[in-house]
Design a protein around this ligand. Sequence first.
Ligand code: GLA
Length: 494
Amino acid sequence: MNLRIVACLLLALSATRAAAADLSGTWRIDVPRRGGVTLHTYFVLRQHGAELDGKVVIHGGVDLPLRKAHLEGADGVFGTDWNTDYRLHPDGDRLRVTISYSGHGSEEATAVRVPEAEANPPPVIPLPALEPVPANGLAPTPPMGWNSWNHFGDRVDDQIVRETADALVRTGLAAAGYVYVNIDDTWEGARDAQGNIVPNTKFPDMKALADYVHQRGLKLGIYSSPGPKTCGGYEGSYGHEEQDAQTFAGWGIDYLKYDWCSAGRLYPDSALPAGYQKMGRALARSGRPIVYSLCEYGMGDVWKWGPQVGGNLWRTTGDIQDNWASMSEIGFNQSRLAPYAGPGHWNDPDMLEVGNGGMTTTEYRTHFSLWCLLAAPLMAGNDLRTMSAETLAILSNREVIALDQDVLGRQGERLSSRDAIEIWTKPLHDGGRAIGVFNRNDTAKAVQLAWKELGRSAPPKTLRDLWQHRDLPVAADGWSGTILAHDVLLLRVQ
Ligand code: GLA
């Protein structure tokens, strides 16, 4: 046989092999997680020749369309969406999958075929009509404490929470006002035969943990979702709202962060208020005072209806990241929401990144100053057990915390912005004001601040620098000086 014919035959054969591996159908991979939990990701695939389309259902939470999916040669398939790439390698009746998270490593898994219905969300439970939930009287000033997510992610466990409670007391942060010790996602196990949510093995006894935290004069917070799955793919409160509120109250929980996530697979955005009201009402009926933190990333103008559904605070943005771009983008964008904050109901620009390592000490000082001017909830997001003296000094600056916790409860606003120098101001209960002069430039800037720019005809009586902890001389016309790159001058004027 002529060589060319052999080559053609081989090519034809491999093409037949590629075509034979029809990947159409529903595939499931099991992803083991800490705490003895197994999460599932589904690939719902349709193959047309060498092209694939379909979707990925991540941990039952989000549906992502598969993009750019095609067979590579006889046995390689490539699908991508968001920041995650899936490489699918047919292997007999299985599918080997390499999942690469851009910049965050990769995982290997094997997918098996399952009935299509397994990947579907559960039936939609109709939501109750809107009817205001009475205010719970909690959070007269923005809640302060710690949350596990920013630093620990899915590593949080009973021991870390106990050690963090100890650290709050030891470092003086508890005395400075940080009282909530909040467990974020990944504590959840399965439900028992009666439908009660049971923590996974990272949290052997939630009630005992609450007792430990309470004995130190602190409060314990927890996390769930109105959807069937949390953002991390763990068990949510869907269809178990009343039962979970009772369970949380029984454990001694004092704070609930409730994260929309997979509820978005079942309900349109217009259902957000009713979805949140359902748990708001359940918490009100639980017989225990529980701060209610809405986490739906600012969708549907949550600040307009958050208080009516029983919310004490609501996230106004997507997730913060531990870098200057993310923090400043979020923080400097909050001015227009000032009218919606007040005692008992606060805008939440997300938890603090102070001390997590991705910003300079100067930038963390700016982060903290801005959050305090915003009357934002102050949830430390770092490892309090091992933080540096600089980090502790920022988090525990009582003169700055006093701005955040001022009983007037007014959120600060931007007064002006010129050449990336922003002046923010926050009225205080004693008639004084906080002034933040921020330099968003990457270089130091000479700044002149005229009293009349602050709306004053005369110089203030006193001018207190809240980071230097000293009164500055008051000049007749204003303040002038240099502000370093990404730094802030934070003043209290009387
Ligand atoms: C979402 C929230 C985060 C965190 C994670 C946990 O992304 O916005 O704050 O709670 O879920 O999975």
